[in-house]
Design a binder for this molecule. Sequence first.
Ligand code: ZN
Length: 198
Amino acid sequence: MTPDHPTEERWFERTLDTLRHAGPLGEAMATAIAGGADEYTGGIRRTHRTRLGFARQSTGACWFDWRRLRFGIFLNADYAHLQPDDAWLAALLAHEARHLQQGVLEALSVRGELDAWQLQYDVLERLSAAPHDPAWRELCALVPDSRANLRRARALMKQIAGPRYRIGWLPLWPLPAEVGYQLRNAGQRVLRAIRALP
Ligand SMILES: [Zn+2]
């Protein structure tokens, strides 16, 4: 963990502590963020630490800081005055940490978002802070194996997060898979049109 300031470091340590007590998934995500899990790359041990901080943004949290062009987990700067052991903040850390695990392409897809939202809900539930909104429950029951389910997930996320949440910009699948699907679809449409010619 490499926050920008020592006071922030203590603040985030308490948020991570809350996450550590949010069931097995929460604990695993806290470990991944704090750098407790060793990664072996080419036989060399690396302890990966996630940068944590605040950033001005229209969303609750993000995994890339556009102003300083760096990966990490950045909470909305307005949250700095909240109690760091707030369950919602721990769940946001887990959500963004999952995006970092997914990698850029998966994170920038509705499928990646659904996975992160479901993890966020699991953490909230473990901390007895699950939202009562039925849209959340429906979202969490969706399996990401069909495009219809992902379309439904996108609609539910919009409903929950409000119109400023730009999920409509993301492809349902990660971009290369989405482009492949759209090209196959367009090709089939052209073939059908040709066959229908007199
Ligand atoms: Zn997300």
